[in-house]
Design a protein around this ligand. Structure first.
Ligand SMILES: [Zn+2]
Length: 335
């Protein structure tokens, strides 16, 4: 990885590189913006760029420093994230202990605080005090989705760096930069998945997507084997890996595609699937598609809850579609 792997955050990259070029790197940064905008990845790239042994503006990714930072093993780069729901005072004390001696020559220490809004005032003050009296050059990068939850004393000491949500096409380019080829980069761009959540190549993703297409045809035609498909190895594998959300996201994208095809709106980026899409569009109606999409959305919310069994949620989903049950799941105890 390097800065170039994140083409959707060009503006942020330029801002950070200008700071390096002009030798005006601040002591504190607050990276804020919605989920899925690669704030943590960019913080690591910044830590690498500042300390890279070979390059100055974009990390080389080959020197020992870059490799150690990337793998989380560099002694002078530390990522802190909430222990449970909160960043504890104890974690800041450990940071102070770890950085009690000078760093290696020429090295700028970097502390990355992920979910920095999960920090109490007292903890934040201790951290600030430590950052203001560093033994060696040091920089802190705070990361949050809710910048207003960061206490004012902390915010006022940081340079604010806003991350914006990339467009659909930018997101597709990003997936391609990470090795996912068309058409699956376009499919993933419409998903809520982030690339660190799974390691699959384009072929594997396409195989799953095609399984989901076949499954959706069984669902649409209300065939009873739709429920048996859940027992197939590809489905079970994803349930085991707790990646049912990927199946539901794929199903949602597929249904959206089919319902657009039905009204003559073909998406060129999905041309590989047009034959199956058109066939399904002819066999179904907009209201069936809409009803399925509604059920996918409800199930998608429920599978995120760890106490519910994904297997039985998916089974309930199929049964409800086949019975034309109302969309209210509360009678089943899912509320
Ligand atoms: Zn390097």
């Amino acid at each position: 990885m390097s800065f170039q792997s994140y083409p959707t955050q060009k503006r942020v990259i330029e801002f950070l590189q200008t700071a390096i070029r002009q030798d005006r790197v601040a002591h504190g940064y607050l990276f804020y913006g919605p989920k899925g905008t690669y704030k943590r990845e960019m913080a690591l790239e910044f830590a690498k760029a500042i300390n890279c042994e070979q390059s100055q503006l974009d990390p080389c990714d080959e020197c020992l420093t870059c490799k150690q930072i990337q793998s989380g093993n560099h002694p002078d780069v530390l990522v802190i994230e909430p222990d449970g729901n909160v960043i504890k005072m104890e974690q800041i004390k450990q940071l102070q202990h770890r950085f009690r001696y000078q760093s290696a020559e020429g090295m700028t220490r970097v502390v990355i605080l992920d979910s920095a809004d999960q920090m109490r005032m007292e903890t934040a003050n201790t951290l600030l005090k430590f950052l203001e009296e560093p033994i060696s050059p040091m920089l802190a990068i705070l990361i949050t989705e809710q910048e207003k939850s960061i206490v004012q004393t902390v915010r006022s000491r940081c340079q604010m760096v806003r991350f914006v949500e990339p467009s659909w096409l930018e997101q597709a380019k990003m997936w391609q930069a990470h090795g996912i080829d068309p058409p699956m980069n376009y499919v993933l761009a419409q998903c809520s998945q982030e690339f660190e959540q799974f390691e699959m190549d384009s072929e594997e993703l396409e195989r799953i997507f095609r399984h989901v297409i076949d499954w959706s045809q069984l669902l649409v035609s209300k065939q009873s084997i739709a429920i048996i498909a859940i027992q197939e190895p590809w489905f079970q594998e994803l349930i085991q890996k707790k990646q049912v959300t990927l199946i539901l996201d794929f199903l949602m994208i597929w249904l959206r595609y089919v319902s657009r095809l039905a009204i003559g709106m073909a998406d060129e980026n999905m041309a590989d699937f047009i034959q199956q899409g058109s066939t399904q569009a002819k066999r179904t109606t907009q209201s069936v598609c809409a009803k399925m999409m509604e059920q996918v959305m409800i199930t998608r919310k429920l599978v995120a809850r760890p106490e519910l069994s994904n297997q039985s949620l998916i089974e309930q989903f199929v049964i409800r579609l086949q019975k034309d049950a109302p969309s209210d799941w509360t009678k089943l105890g899912y509320n």
